[in-house]
Design a protein around this ligand. Sequence first.
Ligand SMILES: O=C[C@H](O)[C@H](O)[C@H](O)COP(=O)(O)O
Length: 251
Amino acid sequence: MTQTPQTDPAKLAAARAAVALVRDGMKLGLGTGSTAAIMVRELAARARAEGLSLRCAATSKGTCDLAESLGLSIESLDEIGWLDMTIDGADEVDPDLHLIKGGGGAHLREKIVAAASHRMVVIADPGKVVEQLGTFPLPVEVLQFGFETTRTLIRRALADLDLGDRDVLHRLKGSEPWVTDEGNWILDLHLDCIPDPVALARALAAIPGVVEHGLFLGMCHVAIIGKPDGTVVQLDRNADIDADMLAGEGD
Ligand SMILES: O=C[C@H](O)[C@H](O)[C@H](O)COP(=O)(O)O
């Protein structure tokens, strides 16, 4: 039976374990996506039940609306300042806890919020754990101005990294461009594998029309991987990770 994101037991287990890390008085970053949405619901329920006083910054309009509808107080990042912890989902997590994010197009705000956080905690199901990044198409947020120029420059950069002849696709919503919260467009880079994420990140960041790419390198401190049986595995940065242990347990 197909499970809705709200009832996915692996995502729920990861979300609950992350929410258990929250303490009264914390300043929190709230991620975006189906896993983060489950976390926001769990967080709101716990805050209500325990009377927690929390200050939260959201990484998207969608998360902001959801959190406020559940009674969580959302402020702008600049009002809150430095955050104790951000809890967010991911599209891929590698053994170094490098990430691909942006499947929901929110990686620009997510990266800013993560950069403003003392700790970034990623929550995911086992299907997100990979040996090497790149199977999931890498989202790149680009300005609408000069869009085709930027796409050409991205293709050239990929060729320089021996990643030529890959699809660089304009993300659409129906027949219209998919527009981010910041009013930009998204290119999805279908790379299959990313042998050198650091070199790719550097190359993409050097292209003028690129606003932000979905590689999160060295930003995640802890990944909590929920499993369908409701248990979790916690992966800490720099610890040895046996990705095989988790392989095949995705939903
Ligand atoms: O832009 C979206 C975010 O980076 C999400 O955190 C990511 O796509 C994972 O989303 P989900 O939990 O729905 O798989």
